[in-house]
Design a protein around this ligand. Structure first.
Ligand code: 5GP
Ligand code: MG
Length: 195
């Protein structure tokens, strides 16, 4: 699997260090209720945010509950498509009144996925709604979507690993990497030169 990679963009150690900081910041930002940090409702966007979320929640030492939303936008290709919610894989309470919510996703690219999730969660009336992404690409669209917690700003390359996939593969890589163009081509049939 590692021979399919052109370069490693972010190492395991860099991810671990940044997750410590993000978790600390998230807890510090919680309002205090009855002398304790308020309970957190963390909502990862499946499936890309799975690995990131699993590592993040184990660094948060306060009361939290986990829900999920499933939104897919790529459908196996490497350019943004139409974001679609999978209601069967979405587990949200009927309302989030009074709750402090953080949406979590792997990457902010066109912003479609996060925007759709933000709209959906906002309609459930949370006391606060913040967004956390591990990666952000330097697109205009990405900058226009509010995200309070950003792990890393990365170049506009197609990346895999640490939850991010190429045609469903490579999610289990422990680092963030750029696949070789011919690997992208093999999995998608896209014009490799364009990526
Ligand atoms: P957006 O809706 O912001 O365009 O894209 C967000 C979703 O597209 C992410 O949740 C992720 O699944 C996918 N995505 C965007 N850029 C990349 C990328 O560079 N690599 C991979 N593997 N997925 C990406
Ligand atoms: Mg995703």
């Amino acid at each position: 699997m590692e021979t399919d990679l052109e370069s490693i963009l972010i190492t395991q150690d860099q991810i671990a260090h940044r997750l410590d900081e993000l978790a600390r910041q998230m807890v510090a930002d919680l309002p205090v209720e009855d002398g304790q940090p308020a309970e957190l409702a963390l909502i990862p966007i499946m499936t890309g945010a799975l690995v990131f979320t699993a590592d993040l929640i184990r660094r948060i030492p306060t009361m939290l509950r986990l829900y999920t939303v499933a939104i897919a936008s790529y459908g196996g290709a490497t350019t943004p498509g139409q974001a679609k919610m999978n209601r069967g894989l979405t587990s949200l309470p009927k309302d989030l009144t009074g709750r402090h919510v953080v949406l979590v996703d792997d990457i902010l690219d066109s912003g479609q996925t996060i925007s759709m999730a933000q709209d959906h969660v906002r309609a459930l009336n949370p006391a606060s709604l913040k967004t956390c992404v591990l990666l952000r690409k330097p697109t205009d669209a990405a900058r226009n979507v509010p995200a309070e917690y950003v792990g890393f700003d990365i170049p506009d390359r197609f990346v895999v690993g640490y939850g991010l996939d190429l045609a469903g593969y490579y999610r289990n890589l422990p680092m963030i990497a750029v696949p070789r163009p011919e690997v992208i081509h093999r999995h998608t049939g896209d014009q490799a030169a364009r990526l």
